[in-house]
Design a protein. Structure first.
Length: 310
């Protein structure tokens, strides 16, 4: 994978476009590719790797009934430029060296006990439950409890100002006060744990979906959460529990959330602390024990699980 990255990276740049000729020069000879007449796309295959090239309508004859002379060049001396690169597992391909069964490629199995895409079940107002290790992390747990169950956090940082405290009429603290709360960041597991700075007990969890177009994109992996709004979830894993009706996952869009939980009224505007945020603002909708940060495309960016009142 690193070798492929270096080769592809060497094709890109203001003076080195990823043309057909450049790709062929870097990766070497291969078998003739496939031409999709309807889409006007010629795809060149290497083991586990493919390059797609758009073919102008006036040059479709160059593909010779789906096959072309390689490297592909047009009569005017130009050559097509890559529009898409796909990297995949070609181990199931029966034609060694061709890698043409991209639509049948399968993802390699994860190592036993891998935390990647581990399901994290959320019992609102109660706890998080992790399916790989079976850990239960409840609200009110201490930092020692979290270290014991989840290991050392990837980062720790202080929560300087509680920006949402102004929306809580029951909070006696001055609205401009600095708060001593602090986060444990588990970037490799896709979530944060917020501790109360006075009691040192868990008060909130922040679960990240890692969708492109959000300010935190690629800072966290996607937390594969399953939120169970009802109280009949007993905390035990069932094979079909993540597909049960009424559950909220990273793929659930905002309109679906409202169908499950009902309308919660107006949203607070979140600008990530800057009006010049290049990703634009997001919207925060609050329900008892959970708040959803929603992007403009309707996808959930983060969930704040706790006792949230907006």
């Amino acid at each position: 994978m690193v070798f492929i990255y270096v080769l592809i990276h060497g094709l890109r740049g203001p003076s080195t476009p990823a043309t057909f000729v450049a790709v062929y020069a870097v990766f070497g000879p291969t078998f003739p590719g496939l031409y999709d007449k309807e889409r006007g796309i010629y795809t060149l295959f290497y083991p586990g790797l493919s390059f797609a090239f758009p073919i102008p309508s006036q040059y479709t004859d160059c593909c010779h009934n789906g096959e072309a002379e390689l490297p592909l060049e047009f009569p005017d001396g130009t050559t097509p430029v890559t529009c898409r690169v796909c990297i995949y597992d070609s181990s199931t391909d029966s034609k060694v060296g061709v890698g043409s069964l991209m639509n049948k490629a399968s993802a390699p199995p994860l190592p036993a006990g891998s935390l990647y895409m581990e399901e994290v079940h959320v019992k609102l107002g109660k706890e998080l439950w992790f399916t790989v290790g079976g850990q239960h992390i409840a609200f009110g747990a201490s930092p020692q409890d979290v270290w014991t169950e989840l290991g050392r956090p990837d980062g720790i940082h202080q929560k300087q100002v509680d920006q949402m405290v102004i929306h809580s009429a029951s909070d006696p603290r001055p609205k401009t006060t600095l708060c001593g709360d602090y986060f444990y960041n588990y970037f490799a597991r896709g979530f944060d744990v917020l501790f109360d700075g006075q009691t040192h007990k868990i008060k909130k969890f922040v679960l990240h979906t890692n969708y492109p177009g959000h300010a935190d994109f690629n800072s966290y992996i996607k937390c594969n959460f399953v939120i169970h709004p009802t109280t009949d979830f007993d905390g035990e894993f069932h094979q079909d529990i993540s597909s049960s009706k009424g559950s909220i996952t990273p793929g659930t869009k905002w309109e679906e959330v409202k169908e499950i939980l009902g309308d919660c009224g107006r949203a607070a505007i979140q600008t990530q602390g800057s009006t010049s945020n290049p990703f634009g603002s997001t919207f925060v909708y609050g329900y008892p024990n959970v708040a959803f940060e929603v992007m403009k495309n309707g996808y959930i960016a983060t969930n704040t699980i706790g006792f949230v009142q907006l």
